[in-house]
Design a protein around this ligand. Structure first.
Ligand code: RNT
Ligand code: ZN
Length: 418
């Protein structure tokens, strides 16, 4: 039999006790939840030409060709999926409701307003995840939602989150795969607050109201997402790490770790084993912080690799929901989805190919020299041949071939959008 780059790599890994075939089988059953919001700069479709406003998040750039309608967003999403190996999920925000011209308030959303998304996902074998949209709305303009001092405004957002959980449960039921509904709110102050306590007390009560209704965990799982700060919300975030970690532990909710939501020298990877010691499951928002932004396209970089290594080394794959969260409006948006998702998968693959038994053995023997040596040698093992083989088997483009397909799509479809 002639040797191929893959057969060479397979033997290399086998010599280290790693079965690349088993790894590829596991990778093929590990979905990534692709965020709808990379496709249109977090605009949504509640009204024509909606743009992301406020909430401490911002999509910057004006690269031409962004999706203007639900159909365009779906077509772009399908294009990206065709360039990414494996079976994945759609992570949908409530502001992507299919309202067909009707005026419906967010607190009155039901599954009906998302049925076309569910049908579309079902036809393509995609699982779905969901998010209430507590930003880009007149009642969020004051910078507060679930922790708003006004009881009426707070109640509106509570109702929106309650509605979102029900929609999540309907999605999970219809698709036969659990929907993770993630609550993130932008609440906070630009400048130093005089009272850090009261908003957090209001948020706790509001969350209790949001989660009061018991839903079947086979259909819907609740996650809460913390944050350090956002643009315009630099001094105080109500839903901080400590706040939500406490809440998630107390109520056994999923805790959402977003890679861009901590101090830059903190390691998200290091948090995983601690958090999972006290909550049942986690949601990852794989992202990349750059200075003030927490939402750059995911790279094949050390922090992302460290996250995936932790998930694999800890045996946490079954308790981890991997989602993406970034929005770059300065490059081709289909390419942004493709680059970030392929990178997250590549990091996951490399983590699965790590000779972890050898590393553990060295560590257990107190041989930290061997541990470091082996870790560094592992970095140049021939994983690229395994990745290429995976793409080939999954009928996804190998290497940079996908870029030509994005270019062709840009010429024939995206450039026609004016
Ligand atoms: C914002 C959070 C949140 C959002 C999405 C759009 O800082 O990361 O997850 O990015 O809900
Ligand atoms: Zn996030």
């Amino acid at each position: 039999m002639s040797s191929t780059p893959y057969s060479f790599a397979r033997e290399n890994y086998a010599a280290l006790g790693i079965d690349t075939e088993a790894v590829l089988a596991t990778l093929a059953t590990t979905p990534i939840s692709l965020h709808c919001w990379q496709g249109d700069d977090v605009g949504g479709f509640e009204k024509p030409n909606a743009v992301l406003s406020g909430g401490g998040i911002q999509a910057t750039g004006n690269y031409p060709g962004k999706a203007r309608t639900i159909d365009e967003l779906r077509a772009d999403f399908e294009k990206a999926l065709s360039l990414i190996p494996g079976k994945h999920r759609l992570n949908l925000h409530a502001c992507y409701a299919d309202l067909r011209g009707r005026k419906v308030e967010r607190n009155a959303y039901t599954v009906e307003h998302f049925q076309s998304w569910i049908d579309w996902a079902k036809a393509r074998g995609l699982g779905m995840d969901f998010n209430p949209t507590c930003f880009a709305h007149p009642l969020a303009d004051g910078g507060f939602t679930l922790s708003h001092p006004d009881a009426g405004i707070r109640q509106f957002w509570i109702e929106h989150c309650v509605a979102s959980r029900r929609i999540g449960a309907a999605i999970g039921k219809q698709l036969g795969t659990t929907c993770v509904t993630n609550v993130w709110i932008p609440d906070g102050y630009k400048d130093t607050p005089a009272d850090r306590k009261a908003p957090r007390e209001r948020l706790e009560k509001a969350l209790d109201a949001v989660f009061a209704e018991k839903l079947n965990p086979k259909h819907n799982l609740d996650a809460v997402e913390s944050k350090l700060y956002g643009i315009g919300v630099e001094s105080y975030t109500v839903g901080s790490h400590e706040f939500y970690l406490g809440y998630a532990v107390k109520h056994q909710k999923l805790y959402c770790l977003d890679a861009g939501h901590y101090h830059p020298t903190e390691s998200l990877a290091d948090k995983i084993s601690s958090v999972l010691q006290f909550v049942p499951e986690i949601l990852l928002h794989v992202s990349r912080g750059v200075r003030w932004d927490s939402d750059h396209v995911v790279l094949f970089d050390d922090p992302t690799r460290a996250i995936m290594e932790e998930v694999v080394r800890g045996g946490f794959l079954a308790r981890t929901h991997i989602g993406l969260d970034y929005f770059d409006a300065s490059i081709n948006r289909v390419a942004a989805w493709t680059i970030g998702t392929r990178n997250a998968l590549k990091c996951l693959l490399v983590a699965m190919l790590e000779p972890v038994q050898l590393l553990r053995k060295a560590e257990a023997a107190g041989d930290h020299t061997a541990r470091l040596a082996l870790m560094e040698e592992a970095k140049t093992l021939p994983f690229a041949a395994v990745w290429d083989e995976y793409c080939r088997r999954q009928n996804a483009p190998v290497g940079r071939a996908w870029l030509e397909e994005v270019r062709a799509y840009e010429r024939t479809v995206l450039s026609k959008r004016k």
